[in-house]
Design a protein around this ligand. Structure first.
Ligand code: NAD
Ligand code: IPM
Ligand code: MN
Length: 350
């Protein structure tokens, strides 16, 4: 098997964590007999400031037609305060490649990383299916009388039946394939009567086709509380775009912080993008303290997507072993640097 992989480090700590994900995944793939050809692209704030464009739009056609995956770091730079480049690159990829599943696993790798008392690996083990192409992220809205006392701003959420149904269906299929007990759909239908009524109705209809999987609904405010109070209630969570964004950082907090939380922006069987849940972490730039594990685990998800689950499992095991050995960056209590964590992971994987 042979695949092309595009590497986009982006901004802040993005490039340094992505470099570790690149080399660790390359080693694991090679060991498993998967041929990967990586190409590094310079997109990020520097590129935007120099060229006036975040990413050339035709690049997405090239990715879709020729690449198996994109390994991504993070975007976000103070020199581009409105994040124009980030929306072009990251939301551009999600929308133009139609990466409708934002898959964000929440898994506790070692009990000492969990801030909750009396919760261990079997309690904190869930997967968020975040809808990734609709909701409040579509950019529909406007500003009138900007800067005046009578200013108006609107931001419209868009939900389609097709978009809602395909992410809910993906969550149920995942539950079935991965022997997960239940799917929880979370929304705010009590306040958002139009869009989230569509979510509720669609959820009930799709759930009826999956009689082997339990299903339940929680409003998103109580879901946030329950994830902290009783995380063991959750197996698979499916939700709309913005709620999925927020709940996935909450979930990252349950498993040891953003340094460990991985994600995949996926269209099944097509070029998909893999990135840590975290951002560019400006506070860590230049300190060498960025934890590369979230990026490395995202690369493992990429290897799974490319059909090489043994390589993915090898990386996950290496991360677990390394956390247990205390060979980590300071966010997990260790004293290694980003590249040193990468070196040790490489040794474990290779
Ligand atoms: P952030 O995720 O960058 O950082 C939040 C906190 O988590 C910080 O204290 C940071 O030090 C810590 N952290 C993040 N990654 C870490 C890692 N690998 N190891 C150890 N600690 C880590 O969120 P923010 O500060 O709100 O945002 C910074 C910039 O990133 C903003 O411009 C934001 O828009 C952008 N952002 C981008 C993405 C993305 O590219 N997918 C995601 C989130 C935020
Ligand atoms: C994420 C980020 C992005 C999002 C931002 C940078 C637009 O927070 O990937 O979680 O909100 O989706
Ligand atoms: Mn986020």
């Amino acid at each position: 098997m042979h695949h092309k992989v595009a590497v986009i480090g982006g901004d802040g700590i993005g490039p340094e964590v992505t470099e570790q994900a690149h080399r660790v995944s390359a080693a694991a793939a090679q060991r498993a007999g998967l041929e990967l050809e990586y190409t590094v692209f310079p997109y990020g704030a520097d590129y935007y400031l120099e060229h006036g464009v975040g990413i050339e739009p035709q690049r997405f056609d090239e990715f879709r037609d020729q690449y198996g995956a994109i390994l991504f770091g993070a975007v976000g730079d103070a020199r581009v305060p409105d994040m124009a480049h980030g929306r072009e690159i990251l939301l551009g990829a999600r929308f133009k490649l139609d990466l409708y599943i934002n898959l964000r696993p929440i898994k506790l790798f070692a009990p000492e990383l969990c801030p909750l008392k009396d919760k261990g690996a079997s309690e904190v083990d869930m997967v968020i299916f975040r809808e990734n192409t609709e909701g409040l992220y579509v950019g529909v809205g406007g500003q009138v009388r900007k800067g005046s006392a009578d200013e108006i701003a609107t931001q419209t959420a868009v939900y389609t039946r097709k978009g809602t149904e395909r992410i809910i269906r993906a969550a149920f299929n995942y539950a079935r394939q991965n022997k997960r007990r239940s799917v929880c759909m979370t929304d705010k239908a009590n306040a958002m009567r139009q869009g989230h009524e569509l979510w509720q109705r669609t959820f009930r209809e799709v759930a009826a086709e999956f009689t082997d999987i339990e299903h339940f609904h929680l409003y998103v405010d109580v879901a946030a509380m329950e994830m902290v109070r009783a995380p063991e209630r959750f197996d698979v969570i499916v939700t709309e775009n913005l709620f999925g964004d927020i709940l996935s950082d909450l979930g990252a907090g349950l498993q040891g912080g953003l340094g460990t939380a991985a994600s995949g922006n996926i269209h099944p069987n097509r070029c998909s993008l893999f990135e840590p849940v975290h951002g560019s972490a400006p506070d860590l730039v230049g300190t060498g303290q960025a934890n590369p594990m979230a990026a490395v685990l995202s690369a493992a998800m990429m290897l799974n997507h490319l059909g090489c689950s043994p390589a993915a499992e090898r990386i996950e095991q290496a991360v677990v072993d390394q956390i247990v050995a205390g060979e980590t960056t300071p966010d997990l209590g260790g004293n290694l640097s980003c590249s040193e964590v990468g070196d040790r992971l490489l040794a474990r994987v290779g």
